[in-house]
Design a protein around this ligand. Structure first.
Ligand code: ZN
Length: 428
């Protein structure tokens, strides 16, 4: 009997539903009216409250602020007790903003106290029902931006004059630390950048998220850089050029091909000729026939190309803020001061100038102004993208490279909002 009733009930129900379907008006509305979202901040609908905003004054305390707003001390004490494990109310700093959400009645009793220690984070102290404190973050919008410029004096001056954030200048010099010496740029060097900027609630600048792609033209040589994630589980990403090569450069193991090391870096070297006195050797000697090509072991700018005393004819190259290399006893130099050289470029030829007993190049490796043994240095790895990721990388950089190539040098910045992220977390 029961199942019979159920079946009947189902029929009635279905009939009712189909009837409703039929009653649906056969008119397609031309415009859909969307109710505007209520104005929300800190996760609250603001129009439900009387909103009072102020900043913490010097000498202000949580208790005094609440007392001024009609909350008595027994309740203040209770609030402080119940929230002490999640927020220390004595940590309120003068000058930081706070907001009180008060009841829409004649007493205007505060229901929420919201403190903002910085522009992103906030602390909510709920003072009605179950008293509690929790933290949240303002919604962050990530906006993709483009920038470009032509260097007249320095990169930082050019970027600053365009109102580009300082962090962007820093990030650029990090990306190109092994490729370009930003302290020795040439007038007319130019750059283009595609980067992501963070904004709080669409308006307040909150830092650079990342540089997605960059192009730098140094002494007419183009250098592309694309940020690519090589390990998603460890979240490792790095910059690579258009040919999947890392932007980091390791040094060539030797400045001459087909040579042998005739004397290593040795601070305790004693030489018979000098009566076995301590004669530290701060270089590495590579013996090779006169006329052998000497190669720059990494990209850099020639800071010295001259002849002096025991060094004979030599070249010194600055690679970045940390490393320089020096090549002594040359027969002749092939570069002059100020030249930009790439790894593997011929900078001179092996000779016997200066203080030397036989044809060799004495290779000196400078780190922060001190000579060190390059074979004992922990130098950055310069790994290319693994073969398994190469086709993925090639696809990944296509749109970015095309975007870079279409940026005009005259243009300043163009805004393209691409994604929104709401980062609200409760840490209670
Ligand atoms: Zn030497």
């Amino acid at each position: 009997m029961q199942s019979k009733y159920l079946v009947i009930a189902l029929f009635i129900c279905m009939g009712f539903m189909s009837c409703k379907e039929d009653e649906k008006p056969d008119v397609t509305p031309l415009e859909t009216y969307v109710e505007p979202e209520p104005d929300k901040e800190f996760g609250f609908v603001l129009e439900d409250y009387i909103v009072k905003r102020d900043t913490i004054k010097a000498g202000d305390s949580f208790g005094e602020i609440l007392e001024r707003n009609n909350i008595g001390y027994p309740k203040i004490f209770n609030i402080a007790e119940k929230t002490k494990d999640s927020f220390d109310i004595t940590k309120l700093k003068a000058g930081k903003p706070y907001t009180l959400l008060c009841a829409k009645d004649s007493l205007q009793t505060p229901e929420c106290f919201i403190y903002q220690p910085n522009s992103i984070d906030y602390v909510v102290i709920k003072m009605t029902d179950s008293i509690k404190a929790y933290t949240g973050k303002k919604p962050i919008t990530i906006v993709q931006k483009e920038a470009s410029g032509i260097v007249m004096n320095s990169l930082s001056e050019t970027m600053e004059s365009q109102g580009l954030p300082y962090q962007l200048i820093n990030d650029m010099s990090d990306i190109y630390a092994w490729t370009i010496d930003f302290f020795r740029l040439q007038k007319g060097d130019r750059f283009k950048i595609v980067y992501k900027q963070r904004f709080i609630e669409d308006t307040i600048y909150a830092g650079i998220e990342s540089i997605e792609a960059a192009y730098f033209e140094h002494k007419s040589e183009p250098f592309y850089a694309f940020n690519f994630q090589v390990d998603s589980t460890k979240n490792i990403s790095d910059y690579f050029d258009e040919n999947t090569k890392s932007l980091r450069r390791t040094f060539l193991k030797a400045p001459v091909q087909f040579s042998r090391i005739s004397s290593r870096y040795n601070l305790n070297r004693r030489i018979k000729y000098y009566g076995y006195k301590l004669r530290p050797h701060r270089g590495t000697d590579f013996a090779a026939p006169i006329g052998t090509e000497i190669l720059a072991t990494a990209n850099g700018t020639v800071t010295e190309s001259t002849r002096r005393g025991g060094n004979g004819k030599y070249v010194k190259i600055k690679h970045n803020g940390t490393y320089s290399t020096q090549y002594l006893h040359m027969k002749a130099q092939n570069v002059k001061k100020g030249d930009f050289v790439k790894q593997g470029d011929v900078i001179g030829w092996v000779g016997m100038t200066g203080n030397t007993g036989g044809p060799h190049v004495c290779y000196r490796f400078w780190k922060n102004g001190k000579q060190v043994d390059p074979f004992k240095e922990k130098l950055p790895a310069a790994e290319s993208i693994p073969d398994s990721l190469k086709s993925k990388y090639t696809e990944f950089i296509k749109p970015l490279k095309s975007q870079l190539d279409h940026i005009q040098f005259e243009d300043n910045t163009i805004e393209l909002p691409i994604e929104e992220e709401t980062l609200t977390s409760k840490i209670h």
